[in-house]
Design a protein around this ligand. Sequence first.
Ligand code: UD1
Length: 363
Amino acid sequence: MKILSVVGARPNFMKIAPIMDALQAYPQVENLLLHTGQHYDEAMSRVFFEELDLPKPDIYLGIGSGSHAEQTAFVMLAFEKVLLEHHPDIVIVVGDVNSTLACSVTAVKLGVSVAHVEAGLRSYDRQMPEEINRIVTDALSDFLFTTSRQANQNLIREGLDPEKIFFVGNVMIDTLDKHRVRAELLGTPGRLGLQPGQYALMTLHRAANVDDPMVLSRLVDVLYELQTEIPLLFPVHPRTSKRLAEFGLLERLETASQLQIVPPQGYLPFLDLMAHARLVLTDSGGIQEETTILGIPCLTLRQNTERPITVTGGTNTVVGSNPGVILRAARRILSGTHKNGQIPELWDGHAAERLVEILVKHN
Ligand code: UD1
């Protein structure tokens, strides 16, 4: 049996790592790792391979940046050649990035089974490129591995075969559990001059938030206001960094004395920073889940979430991009009012083991 696992962008690395680990229990399975190169910077890619003990990819496509169509098409062209050369039985794709969509479409058309990890998440917002990637990938996959019962229901509502759906839990939490103790000993807040429990942490990169000058400018106002009330750390995604410069918004941020802008952080320092934050503000998907497990209040700067379990059962609140609403929610947390949340079902550190067992049994 030959399995080819695909990674492409930053949020994929922490999801594939526990699957690579779990596959080691099956020496009869030949296991290949492919990196499309959608993310390629040291800070967005290589550092994660080192920190998460991921093996060096067997195949690197070197796709890089581009429009959605370019990125998707280049991955498909290169991936088709790989499939014809290596003939895997199963392709594993994770999450919802362009590489996920491109590889699943290509594999299915060559008759290769696709396993989608983190299937069934829906924001029901088709303006999000990730939502399109999720819908298409799920429609094509032979194995749909979900992180919540609600995701199973979403898939069933779309008419997908219940026999293909497996609720296994959250592989990203496997990674968090494995590295948490080590990460929390790094002393990252102190190294950045921050007191544990006394700073806010913010990330921002969604197209809807950073590509529109009006929206981004209002979020810069939020950053500015909030840092007058609590020290604020802002690791900046390359996409956001470009837009801030392009829209002339950097100057305002430079005058904010309690705001610290830093490059994208590695997995371990970022986990350390989340674990000790008073409050996290983000538009990331994964961070909504990680803060729920860490018990840290999270404000999601979007109109919706594909991860509602973090709202109903966790520490997450969806607040949109209106500065007044965000600041009111942040102030409530700073004054001590916030949800404590619980650990969602099967987010227990063993999702990858369950998932790999199912794949190996079914082949
Ligand atoms: C992608 C994913 C998004 C995920 C995010 C995590 C899609 C549609 N989007 O968005 O779901 O949450 O990754 O980061 O797949 N860039 C660099 N260095 C890199 C990678 C990107 O400088 O290593 C720059 C590029 O110039 C590019 C921009 O960042 O123009 C955006 O990169 P891209 O991969 O297109 O999408 P993300 O916004 O990162």
